[in-house]
Write a protein that binds this ligand. Structure first.
Ligand code: HEC
Ligand code: HEC
Length: 417
């Protein structure tokens, strides 16, 4: 009995040894499977979600040994459970995503995964690699960008930014530009499908269309047609829809600038990233109208902030719940525009408006009016109206019905300092 088992053990041992000897060495696997990924001009599977700042190639060095040690020293290889290595988890990140982009990427990802899995397994068996001394940190291969930038430069973050900027301001354009609307069909007949750039499927589809169009100029964001048309800087079938530096322009410009910097990998450090502390914005079709505007306001940019009543404090809230701005129609003594609702990031209010239809509850509100008197936003699009521009305030009661034909109206005579 004893002998029999001994012979069996010996036999298994022999098979094992033969197999290990026959198996390609880590260096051979690296040469055959990892180097082609490193040298390939094609994008890695990471680009499905990471627009810039990180790529699988960032983790590879020309030498197989150094690549292994670099990953090992960064904790991306698990020597005892190679299949649980963190680098494999990064490659697998796209696995749960079932979008069309992910499915296109699936083959690339599988090739990367199998290559790394085989190479890591063979390296983890090699005592020389396992026990080699640590590399100098400067010798490691890792993304150059800090983690804040890696987090920022993602597809899902870009969509979030788009939703809070361009999409929140869509009511300034959607009447004519939403694919399939009555107005839009009329314009499509005259000018072609390009007028339907705002997609009926929502922000993601619109963003994806805009990215594939020529309307955004990533090399010179300010010159983007998406800004120049509504500014009236080039002929626009819809007329002038932006004043330089108004809320619509600011939101579109913020998005385009950020998008351009992201895809061009121009954020080097966390401090370069745009400040996103402002409130979340939600577009609505609730309109406010100020009639009989005084001559001093004629053809100037007027901004209105709307404040809700805080019953607990028995006072107006300190932060506006809505805002909008537009140039006054001097000849008609009229100012009117649709409201953009505002809620602190991550607040209960923001969550509710995210999940349902953003709307203001009926009740009493304070309206503060600001009139741009110094032409600053035209010179510096980032300039905001402040206390210097304060033109007065008034209270009103409204249920904020939606639609161009159902505006909440105030007489400018009631707006007092
Ligand atoms: C399906 C989308 C997707 C794919 C594909 C993807 N990632 Fe990620 N990645 C994410 C998300 C989302 C996060 C944030 C994860 C979190 O916070 O838990 C992230 C985080 C990271 C981080 C960590 C940064 C941090 O927030 O701490 C690194 C590094 C990273 N990914 C690298 C890669 C590499 C390398 C690839 C390709 C091999 C890749 N990713 C593929 C979506 C993806
Ligand atoms: C009253 C209708 C109307 C409104 C409102 C309107 N537009 Fe237009 N827009 C048009 C028409 C008509 C065209 C096609 C003729 C042209 O190119 O100027 C057009 C064309 C465009 C184009 C060129 C599309 C392409 O692919 O060639 C852009 C970009 C654009 N508009 C942006 C905007 C933005 C941004 C807004 C909102 C801030 C807006 N428009 C509001 C009517 C409108």
């Amino acid at each position: 009995m004893k002998n029999k088992f001994g012979a069996l053990a010996l036999c298994l041992l022999t098979i094992g040894t033969v197999r290990a000897e026959d198996a390609p060495t880590p260096a051979q696997v690296f040469e055959k499977r990892i180097l082609p990924i490193f040298k390939s001009p094609n994008p890695s599977s990471c680009t499905q979600c990471h627009l810039a700042a990180v790529d699988l190639k960032n983790y590879i060095l020309p030498s197989h040994e150094k690549t292994f040690l670099s990953l090992r020293d960064q904790g991306l290889i698990d020597l005892d459970n190679p299949e649980k290595s963190k680098i494999l988890q990064l490659i697998q990140m796209g696995e749960s995503d079932k979008s069309p982009a992910a499915l296109i990427n699936a083959k690339v990802r599988q090739t990367e995964y199998e290559a790394f899995a085989e190479w890591i397994k063979s390296g983890a068996r090699d005592p020389k690699l396992r026990n080699a001394p640590k590399l100098e940190p400067s010798e490691r291969a890792a993304p150059k960008r800090p983690v804040e930038v890696i987090r920022h430069d993602r597809e899902d973050r870009l969509l979030e930014s788009f939703t809070n900027t361009v999409w929140a301001m869509r009511f300034r354009c959607m009447g004519c530009h939403t694919e399939g609307s009555v107005e839009n069909q009329k314009y499509v007949k005259e000018f072609g499908d390009r007028v339907a750039w705002m997609k009926a499927d929502g922000p993601e589809a619109t963003l994806s269309y805009l990215r594939s169009s020529k309307l955004i100029n990533v090399n010179d964001p300010e010159m983007s047609t998406l800004l120049r048309k509504p500014l009236g800087a080039v002929k626009h079938g819809g007329g002038v829809k932006f004043a330089p530096g108004d809320q619509g322009y600011k939101a579109f410009r913020e998005f385009i600038d950020d998008y351009a910097k992201t895809v061009r990998d121009q954020y080097a450090k966390a401090d370069d990233l745009p400040n996103r502390d402002g409130p979340e914005r939600f577009g609505t079709d609730a309109w406010l109208k100020i009639s009989n505007t005084p001559p001093a306001w004629a053809d100037r940019l007027v901004q209105v902030n709307v404040y809700a009543w805080d019953a607990n404090k028995s006072d107006w809230r300190t932060e506006p719940i809505a805002s909008t701005d537009r140039v006054v129609w001097g000849k008609g003594k009229l100012w009117q525009h649709s409201l953009t609702l505002l809620a602190a990031k991550g607040s209960e209010q923001a969550k509710a408006w995210d999940a349902g239809k953003p709307a203001l509850p009926g009740g009493k509100y304070l309206v503060k009016v600001y009139m741009e008197s110094k032409g600053r936003p035209a010179k510096d699009w980032k300039a905001v109206l402040g206390p210097d521009d304060y033109a007065g305030q008034t209270e009103l009661e409204s249920s904020w019905p939606e639609g161009y034909g159902k505006m909440t109206e105030v007489d400018a005579a009631k707006v007092r300092k």
